[in-house]
Design a protein around this ligand. Structure first.
Ligand SMILES: [Zn+2]
Ligand SMILES: [Zn+2]
Length: 141
């Protein structure tokens, strides 16, 4: 039976389905992914473009990669969630942002790229305190 993944953006105006297994699941630490995500890296699942159907109004931004290819990042036009990216190095493919999948529990990161550009704060220290949910903390407390 063919697996179908579903996903949506933060506001819910973009929804999508992706059919079949991803070709690869990758974490990327390049500067563009850092700025795109606002955090240390992106995590994406690459699919054939024809395996993915997206509904809703998208917005996009393109730039040239350091390999000379054209990279296009595609967002929800309303809430700005990054939905997928495309690269002319791999035409007819797109990479869905893993965090927008409704259920990616069966998927694991298989490869990390641009490890060279990884920031030290994207690695947790031993004495970082974790809370299961938002703690009852305010700047005044
Ligand atoms: Zn949205
Ligand atoms: Zn990247």
């Amino acid at each position: 039976m063919t697996k179908t993944y579903t996903g949506k953006c933060l506001c819910g105006r973009i929804t999508y389905t992706a059919t079949g297994a991803p070709i690869v699941v990758a974490q990327c630490h390049c500067e563009e992914c850092r700025r795109l995500s606002g955090t240390g890296h992106t995590v994406g699942a690459m699919f054939s473009s024809e395996a993915v159907a997206v509904r809703g109004t998208l917005s996009e931004f393109s730039y040239s990669s350091d390999k000379g290819s054209k990279v296009t990042k595609v967002f929800c036009a309303n809430c700005g969630s990054p939905i997928y990216g495309m690269n002319t190095r791999a035409p007819d493919h797109l990479t869905l942002s893993l965090g927008t999948l409704d259920d990616a529990s069966e998927l694991d990161i298989e490869v990390v790229i641009y490890e060279r550009d990884k920031r030290h704060w994207d690695r947790l220290g031993d004495n970082v305190v974790s809370f299961a949910t938002q703690p009852d903390w305010t700047p005044e407390s």
